[in-house]
Ligand binder design. Structure first.
Ligand SMILES: C[S@@+](CC[C@H](N)C(=O)[O-])C[C@H]1O[C@@H](n2cnc3c(N)ncnc32)[C@H](O)[C@@H]1O
Length: 273
């Protein structure tokens, strides 16, 4: 039988997690949280209440706990049609505009990048577009997450063969070094375009002028007030004509009037209003 956590203690965890990260646990996913609390408390040989007091008084331990309750599933070129759209349409359009404005760099942001597959996919799609269209432009991809463990993996940029399943052979040969039979590392000459940032989306990261933001499969764990707060920060970071992509199953309908949705070639994206 599952060990019980006193209701008032569980409530404290839920409120604290929400205040720290915006992640909101409800009846539908509470059993996952309970399991994590029991596991972490056991690791420290503490009761859930004692463990709560520990993390509540030690921000580093709190960060580790928040890290442990995040959902980090991701994959290369997840929702591939969005990356095709970025490569074939968004990059050429944005680059042309920035060149006309006398700017020499475009900025992309993977907000909630998990283990790095998303920012590297954004980079590769952009570089492929540069090549296809004879574009000369500087590029920076910001990869941010609240999970330090994930960011470390992202920064290392080494992935197993399974993680690269579905990625075309020529892309692997071009952008990755084969480390051994099962491991591939993103080449340094490409990795240098990606900047990793430990960042909580509830706070402004001070980045401005972002051309393309991907914030996919992150807001699904948040309540509406938190989503609005995060969108305000994303809004501030973006160029006026920048693009925001959520996952195809997410929508901002009825949540904010700061972004307007558009559809082209069956792809949904958002612009600032
Ligand atoms: C399911 S993954 C999505 C990864 C990627 N965007 C994708 O769609 O494949 C969600 C990520 O959001 C991160 N996250 C959750 N809350 C966050 C917050 N408040 N600030 C920054 N990142 C957060 C988690 O740590 C996790 O790595």
């Amino acid at each position: 039988m599952e060990e019980e956590i006193p209701k008032e203690i569980l409530e404290k965890y839920i409120t604290t997690i929400h205040n720290w990260s915006g992640i909101y646990f409800t009846n539908s996913n509470i059993s996952i949280l309970k399991r994590k609390i029991l596991q972490q408390s056991k690791n420290f040989s503490l009761t859930p209440e004692e463990y709560f007091n520990l993390i509540n008084n030690d921000s580093e331990k709190m960060m580790e706990f928040i890290d442990s309750i995040t959902t980090n599933f991701t994959k290369f070129f997840r929702h591939p049609e969005q990356f095709d759209f970025i490569k074939n349409f968004v990059i050429p359009e944005i680059v042309l505009k920035r060149q006309q404005q006398g700017l020499f760099k475009i900025k992309l942001w993977s907000a909630g990048c998990a283990t790095g597959e998303e920012p590297y996919s954004m980079l590769i799609s952009s570089l492929e577009s540069f090549e296809d269209n004879g574009i000369k432009m500087m590029i920076e991809v910001i990869a941010s997450d609240i999970s330090l463990k994930c960011l470390e993996i992202a920064q290392r940029g080494i992935y197993s063969k399974e993680k690269l399943e579905g990625v075309p052979r020529y892309i692997i040969d071009k952008y990755f070094n084969k480390i051994d039979e099962n491991k591939f590392g993103i080449k340094e000459e490409y990795k240098r375009f990606v900047r990793f940032d430990y960042h909580n989306l509830l706070h402004d990261n001070g980045i401005r002028g972002v051309d393309i933001v991907m914030c996919r499969n992150v807001l699904i764990y948040m309540d509406e007030d938190t989503i609005r707060k995060i969108l305000d920060n994303i809004y501030t970071s973006m160029h006026n004509d920048g693009y925001l992509f959520l996952s195809p199953t997410e929508s901002l309908f009825g949540i904010t009037d700061k972004f307007k949705s558009f559809k082209k070639d069956n792809i949904f994206y958002y612009h600032k209003v």
